[in-house]
Design a protein around this ligand. Structure first.
Ligand code: HEM
Length: 402
């Protein structure tokens, strides 16, 4: 471990980190009277919740508002499903989204990231979210799906409407949720229509891209319906875009905050994969995952009634002193690093290898291109609403080339 005595997260995340610590110190599992839900905070209990889909369901469809434009989304959105429906869809999609398909993206990701950094030109000040962290994952997903380059801007626009605001996910109040969903419904409708056309095109003109593979995927004579594919594509956008933006921004921010760790990485670039794991542990983009109890359950000595909402707090679990030495140190030499940032169990992140690859490529390029990288002005750093995602929205950098 390096001599890193700082125990806080960077800038605006301090309060959040304090909140996770204080909550966990009050007990591993506790009922939040105000929000009317159970907070699960220690590593062992969070892993236990995520490993038991029979007791802790991911399906909130009974509680969710019925906005017709989101119905299609729901059909292929297997992150919100339980077995056996989850297994059927995940297996089908796995046929199309293979490790080989992901590995094959490497040269394109490298080319796109290079192109984006080239566009920075010789400026010595730029916003790394605007320039790289935001556009890279959306372009990668669009390419993965075989979306024509000319339509990329559409995808970027939709993503900005869907994830740009602070509304979605910021409140559990049903009226707020309905209002937030209504505001984005026209975008969802337009996107569904576009993706449906795209799928139909690939049915008529099969190729080798992910969309054609999704159309062809078959298990026991069962294929994905068009609606399920639309839902999966939407899931890719939700799960694969802003999370990767968050990871990239959080990595740059953390390395700025911890210069000893950044120096170690510059001296030993082979450490990059471990650095990425520590950033993932330190600032998990999705800080918590929701589940619903299907029956009365016992957890860490508490009894949770059936039909309770349970929030499995990944961020708190990632700093559980029972699992991690010096959990509040950002330590890029940490090994092993059993963080729960990609979830655990049957819903373990499907895109983890892709996210890790994008982060490796983008961060390596940044380090190669710039001999010095510093946050230009801390006052200008803007974070997203952390109730939605732990991520920066603006991160102005000052750079030097050697
Ligand atoms: C699931 C995090 C990137 C696709 C999940 C889950 C987490 C997560 C925590 C589990 C959700 C649950 O159990 O309820 C992240 C983080 C990412 C990232 C932190 C980036 C740093 C990606 C990417 C893709 C992706 C790049 C695809 C392109 C998915 C899918 C699921 C999922 C499809 C659902 C898996 C299932 O339900 O079986 N992700 N993700 N994710 N992720 Fe990711």
């Amino acid at each position: 471990m390096t001599s890193n005595e700082l125990i806080q997260a960077p800038f605006g995340f301090d309060e959040l980190v304090d909140g996770w610590r204080t909550a966990r110190q009050a007990g591993p599992v506790r009922y939040d009277e105000q929000q009317k839900l159970w907070q699960v905070l220690d590593h062992e209990s969070v892993a236990a919740v995520l490993a038991d889909p029979a007791a802790y369901s991911s399906d909130f469809s009974g509680l969710a508002p019925t906005q017709p434009d989101f119905e299609t989304f729901r059909q292929g959105n297997f992150v919100g499903m339980d077995p056996p429906a989850h297994r059927k869809l995940r297996t089908l999609v796995s046929q199309a989204f293979t490790p080989r398909v992901v590995a094959g993206l490497e040269p394109r990701i490298h080319a796109v990231a290079t192109e984006l950094l080239d566009a920075v030109g010789d400026r010595d000040r730029f916003d790394v979210v605007d320039a790289l962290a935001y556009p890279l994952p959306i372009i990668v997903i669009a390419e993965l799906l075989g979306i024509p380059a000319g339509d990329r801007a559409l995808f970027q626009e939709w993503a900005a409407t869907l994830f740009g605001g602070d509304e979605i996910g910021a409140s559990l109040d049903m009226a707020d949720v309905e209002r937030a969903l209504d505001s984005i419904a026209p975008t969802v409708r337009e996107m569904n229509g576009y993706i449906l056309d795209h799928i139909r095109h690939h049915r008529r003109n099969p190729g080798e891209g992910l969309t054609s593979r999704l159309v062809r995927a078959e298990v026991d004579g069962v294929r994905l319906t068009d609606q399920e594919i639309v839902g999966f594509v939407a899931l890719l956008l939700v799960a694969g875009h802003i999370t990767t933006t968050a990871l990239l921004g959080n990595a740059v921010l953390s390395l700025d905050q911890y210069p000893d760790e950044a120096a170690l990485l510059r001296a030993e670039p082979g450490r990059l994969p471990d650095v990425i794991e520590e950033v993932l542990r330190w600032l998990p983009p999705f800080p918590e995952l929701g589940r619903r109890t299907t029956r009365e359950v016992r957890l860490a000595g508490r009894t949770l009634p059936a039909d309770s909402v349970v929030m499995a707090n990944l961020a708190s679990a990632n700093r559980d002193p029972a699992r991690f030495d010096h959990p509040d140190h950002f330590d890029v030499t940490r090994s092993p690093n059993p963080h729960l940032t990609f979830g655990h169990g049957i819903h373990f992140c499907f895109g983890a290898p892709l996210a890790r690859m994008e982060a490796r490529i983008a961060l390596r390029l940044l380090l190669e291109r710039f001999s010095e990288i510093a946050v230009a002005s801390r006052r200008e750093v803007e974070i997203q609403n952390p109730a939605v995602i732990v991520s920066v929205r603006r991160l102005p950098l000052e750079v030097r080339r050697s």
